[in-house]
Design a protein around this ligand. Structure first.
Ligand SMILES: Nc1nc2c(ncn2[C@@H]2O[C@H](COP(=O)(O)OP(=O)(O)OP(=O)(O)O)[C@@H](O)[C@H]2O)c(=O)[nH]1
Ligand SMILES: [Mg+2]
Length: 459
């Protein structure tokens, strides 16, 4: 019975894909980029009663063809469901949902009237199934590890560890590794080394604000906690020269991690993506300084190399899906006064300049914008000696108090290290403003994002 149901579900899915009625949206971004907030707001905008939503640039709604969306309730019981309702409740009550610790999924059925032609005459409405997956951003950085073997991963890691914002913390770990017996591959030694390396990764994140941390599962193991698969760490480049028991064990673990963790992660969540949104938190990186901004650029470049981009037709949609549209979005634009949004978009484009030069992107449509999934600030003006000055008002995430401030300017191109030596960026973090339950989340340019990502599938 269950096999028959699964077969029925799969054939329905295939039919939808052939007729372009199924879209898998890949929400991509490092930890803290805003994926969970983005998905929550997207679901909220698309499932709220259509007369309560304000999405002027989302053409199906503007043309009164969008009839509404609902959450698909037929999702398999064993599939973790994206906690939309509780995330929404938290945001409406003025709190952010916690950082994601495992994967989850949600499907929406979007009902719309066809824009014209024969379809409009023959049917009252059509439905598009939209699938979205949420996962911890840390895991995304495992994808580039598929392109490397253990040795090259170690070399790469130690090059990263030499960077100024990491060097001091890494030196301690290097000294610890120096005195390790390379012919001891006992459980005890492997576990002690792994614990020390995983503590180092946590310190890199908290003290150095580093974002390129591998392997991601060492930071957030989920169901893999305690498995030997996670006994993984980069030996020093000098320790790779001679064969040793420890080296060969770590090589085996690395290969198993690639095969049993990263490949299934990619296959399950990313291999079938049709459209992608890449969320980037440029403002936190600017706050953290030059080295972190550089590292963010490097991380984005590595991640984007893991996806396949290109045109799509029904055959490809079925058998060899490729990403045909990618939206690069600078998140949390509500932390800036509006005249800075253009600079934020330009900075994002500069950050992505290198990956975007890659010829693969020429075959897919891309767009860059600054957006905010949940607007937490009000825009105002204050009188200063120089005249009227734009300012923001919002609830500070640090103090919980209402603050009014001018957050400052965003450089429109990659800033030099010199700029950071005499200027400190301090873009504020806000809490969401509490709103009534029936009110739709305030957002910025989510309508333009939806138009780009979904508009042509709702015609
Ligand atoms: N002001 C503002 N802050 C936001 C917005 N979206 C996210 N944030 C902030 O960014 C933090 C991280 O957002 P999440 O949506 O949890 O980020 P994530 O990409 O899901 O992170 P992981 O779950 O760790 O991978 C939130 O806790 C907020 O502090 C936004 O639209 N506006
Ligand atoms: Mg999350």
């Amino acid at each position: 019975m269950q096999i028959w149901q699964e077969f029925q579900q799969q054939s329905q899915q295939l039919t939808k894909r052939v007729f372009n009625r199924h879209l898998r949206l890949g929400v991509t971004g490092l930890s803290g980029a805003g994926k969970t907030a983005f998905i929550t707001s997207l679901v909220n905008q698309l499932t709220a009663p259509v007369d309560t939503v304000r999405l002027p640039f989302f053409s199906p709604l503007q043309q009164q063809r969008f009839l509404g969306g609902r959450i698909d309730t037929s999702q398999a019981m064993q599939t973790p469901r994206f906690s939309y309702e509780s995330n929404l409740q938290q945001i409406q009550q003025g709190q952010w949902p916690a950082s994601t610790s495992s994967w989850s999924q949600l499907s929406l059925n979007l009902r719309y009237k066809p824009a014209g032609g024969l379809a409009a005459q023959l049917t009252d409405y059509r439905e598009l199934q939209l699938d979205v997956v949420d996962y911890p951003g840390e895991w995304l950085l495992d994808l580039p590890m598929l392109q490397q073997d253990y040795q090259s991963w170690c070399q790469f890691s130690w090059q990263l560890f030499e960077k100024p914002h990491r060097a001091e913390l890494a030196a301690e770990f290097a000294a610890y590794l120096q005195q390790v017996d390379l012919d001891d591959d006992s459980e005890l030694q492997l576990q002690q080394l792994t614990n020390t390396y995983s503590a180092l990764l946590q310190k890199f994140r908290l003290q150095s604000h580093a974002c390129l941390l591998q392997p991601g599962r060492l930071l957030l193991p989920a169901e893999l906690a305690g498995t030997p698969l996670l006994q993984l760490l980069p030996l020093l480049p000098s320790q790779l020269q001679q064969p040793s028991k420890l080296l060969s064990r770590l090589q085996q673990h690395y290969a198993s991690y690639q095969k049993l963790v990263i490949t299934p992660f990619y296959q399950q969540y990313f291999a079938g993506i049709d459209h992608q949104v890449v969320l980037v938190d440029c403002l936190s990186a600017l706050n953290a300084g030059y080295d972190v901004l550089q590292e963010l650029q490097q991380a984005l470049m590595l991640i984007l190399q893991s996806f396949h981009y290109g045109p799509t037709g029904w055959w490809r949609r079925l058998f060899k899906p490729r990403i045909s549209k990618v939206l690069f979005a600078a998140s949390k634009a509500d932390q800036l006064t509006p005249e800075q949004h253009k600079n934020l978009t330009l900075l994002l484009q500069q950050l992505l300049q290198q990956p975007l030069q890659d010829s693969r992107y020429q075959y897919c449509q891309s767009e860059a914008m600054a957006l905010s999934a949940v607007v937490c600030s009000d825009i105002g003006q204050v009188q200063t000696a120089e005249g009227l000055q734009a300012c923001l008002q919002g609830i500070s995430a640090q103090s919980g108090e209402l603050i009014t401030l001018y957050p400052g300017e965003v450089p429109w191109s990659m800033p030099s290290p010199l700029l950071f030596s005499h200027h400190r960026f301090a873009f504020p973090a806000f809490l969401p403003r509490p709103i009534p339950k029936q009110q739709v989340l305030p957002q910025l340019r989510l309508d333009q994002a939806l138009e780009f990502l979904l508009g042509d599938h709702l015609t």
